[in-house]
Design a protein around this ligand. Structure first.
Ligand code: FE2
Length: 338
């Protein structure tokens, strides 16, 4: 055998050995420590190794766009319905046909063509300082803009996806003009300039720096489950309401994923999505990160999450959030909700 042929053969063998080691390139914007176990269990069950690229939604999406057809991304996981919708609109996902995913994930929590699937939900609730306010003072999102709460409202930046989706929902319900008036009212009620994340708003409410704030449920439940004395103290001081129960319901958002358009490991990617819809993985979203599973009937072991009880949810769907997010961004900009 001549040397060149041997070299070529060795090269082919090395390549196929490589190809046999199954990998999955996961681009994830989820930012929760507890997700580690979620990924480890997938590898244990399938032998597929996960290469994880983690970044915020925007940098992550920009990276996939820049990589174009050469992108190694197999699965893209995002938080926020509008992001999922926009990623789909800009062609970052490919459609997936999976009887398992279609039967497990309710139709309103996935794209009809299978570009993405929601695997967990979270609600945006109002927390308030129990020594200062009553639940009836903050029973609706609209009340956060009422003059009675002047100097009492804390929020994170209006440009954050969690806020933009809420403002998009308000825009859908109220129309752009009234939604902007609402945003201006909230800004006029600020106790302080928007700063920090949702947990910072909860602790500021407990400390009496603000009377009320908005947060995703899992941040609150995380504090409820904590054994740290300072967290227990925070939880003791704040009350929580499901906003707009007498009306359109409490704003619901999702975390989800889809198979990347140019996925080099498509089969592993679909398998990973199917794994995320399994009872075990669904339990992780609930028990690990305090989100609600999207698969119905999954038994969870999270007393704090369960203690929050049932509520009427406003799930307008990713299409609405996606379509109205640019409007929401203009509203928060004009209102000075920075
Ligand atoms: Fe978050």
């Amino acid at each position: 055998m001549n040397r060149l042929l041997l070299a070529a053969l060795t090269c082919t063998m090395a390549f196929s050995a490589n190809a046999q080691e199954r990998v999955l390139n996961l681009y994830s914007a989820r930012h929760y420590q507890t997700d580690e176990a979620l990924y480890a269990n997938f590898t244990k069950a399938t032998g597929i190794r996960i290469n994880r690229i983690e970044a915020g939604d925007d940098p992550l999406l920009e990276r996939v766009r820049n990589e174009g057809a050469n992108s190694p991304a197999d699965v893209i996981m995002l938080v926020d319905a509008a992001r999922l919708h926009n990623a789909q609109q800009t062609g970052l996902f490919q459609p997936v046909k999976s009887a398992l995913l279609e039967s497990r994930i309710p139709a309103d929590l996935r794209d009809a063509q299978g570009h993405w699937f929601a695997f967990s939900t979270r609600a945006r609730v109002i927390v308030f300082n129990k020594a200062e306010l009553r639940p009836s003072d903050v029973a609706t999102y609209e009340q956060l803009a009422e003059p009675g709460l002047k100097g009492r409202v804390c929020t994170r930046s209006g440009s954050h996806p969690y806020m933009l989706s809420l403002v998009a929902a308000m825009t859908e319900h109220l129309g752009e003009q009234r939604a902007e008036a609402w945003a201006r009212g909230v800004v006029a009620n600020f106790a302080r300039k928007p700063a920090g994340g949702d947990t910072d708003q909860i602790t500021a409410v407990a400390a009496g720096q603000c009377g009320a704030a908005l947060t995703n449920t899992y941040y609150l439940v995380r504090l409820m489950k904590s054994n740290r004395p300072q967290d227990r103290e925070v939880v003791a001081k704040v009350g929580v309401v499901w906003p707009n129960q007498a009306g359109w319901g409490t704003h619901l958002n999702v975390s989800g994923a889809g198979v990347a358009r140019h996925a080099p490991n498509r089969e592993s990617a679909v398998r990973f999505l199917e794994y995320l819809a399994s009872d075990d993985a669904q339990r992780y979203f609930a028990d690990g990160n305090n989100e609600w599973p999207t698969v119905k009937g999954v038994k969870i072991k999270n007393d704090a999450l369960a203690s929050m009880g049932e509520f009427k949810a406003d799930n307008l769907g990713a299409g609405v959030y996606g379509r109205l997010t640019p409007v929401a961004q203009r509203i928060v900009d004009r209102a000075g909700w920075r």
